[in-house]
Write a protein that binds this ligand. Sequence first.
Ligand code: C2E
Ligand code: MG
Ligand code: MG
Ligand code: MG
Length: 292
Amino acid sequence: RAKQEGGHRFVLFDADQERTIREQREALARGLEALRNGEFALYYQPKVDMRAGRVIGAEALIRWLHPELGVLSPAHFLPLFEGSEHAVELGEWVIATALSQLDVWRQADLALELSINISASHFQQDDFATRLAGQLSAHPGVTPSQLQIEVLETTALADLIGACRTMEQCRQFGVSFALDDFGTGYSSLTYLKRLPADVLKIDQSFVRDILRDPEDLAIVAGVIGLAQTFGRTAIAEGVETAEHGCRLLELGCELAQGYGIARPMPAAELPVWTAAWQPPQAWALAPAQHYA
Ligand code: C2E
Ligand code: MG
Ligand code: MG
Ligand code: MG
């Protein structure tokens, strides 16, 4: 059709597409070089128990400490990796870095649970569990139950049988799983019943608006109820204010993460932040949910 509209357009479009592909390949090559040069780092965002006022752990979030552009968030470079054969290399770097960090914190007497994000193409490798076990055995000081793997709800649903198998294999040696961005993937109850995921991580797009959008509030309440029914743990992400926290506590969700608690921070800052953190008073006073 483009050809009928004029040969020029067709040719132009083709050249454009070629250039885009070349640019993406070059960008990936730069990203890969940066990974191998040690320009990537994990930042850590605290996860807290709002009612107990306790820091339970952190989520590791990747950053590119770019020598010219500063701290780049994953949206700028992760998509390049995820579609490529280097997704596994990046993911294994994340696992190795997270385990080393747990070792460092343990030596400083900080026993935290650490969540890491694993991309679909990495998680779907047949030998994912075996390789994870190998990496854990290189860190004998780390208890596998300190490690939690977040996969997108949509990733787990894309290959339910494979996801169940990998999760079961990893849970056998103590690693737990969270379904990230939960609520965005249309999980049916039947799927959830089969998936051995320990945690449902309520997507921040729903959490953000619970104070003014009754439908989002209903979705969040529904996920919390689902977690309770199926014996899973719910955690809310994107908790931006103390008031969001109060509302979540009223709904029966005690665990949270968000800018209202802390932004992701470099590893060295986490022990200091943890020691200094004081929860808002309102959280201890929020009425508790009681279930029959
Ligand atoms: P995610 O796993 O759902 O992580 C939550 C994202 O929301 C993070 O963005 C975090 O910085 C941000 N966030 C946390 N609290 C708040 C809040 O209160 N308000 C708002 N507006 N945002 C908040 P980030 O670090 O840019 O990461 C984006 C996504 O990139 C992550 O979403 C995750 O899917 C992916 N990602 C991050 N690190 C890794 C990694 O090491 N490996 C893989 N495969 N994916 C990663
Ligand atoms: Mg996550
Ligand atoms: Mg998420
Ligand atoms: Mg997300």
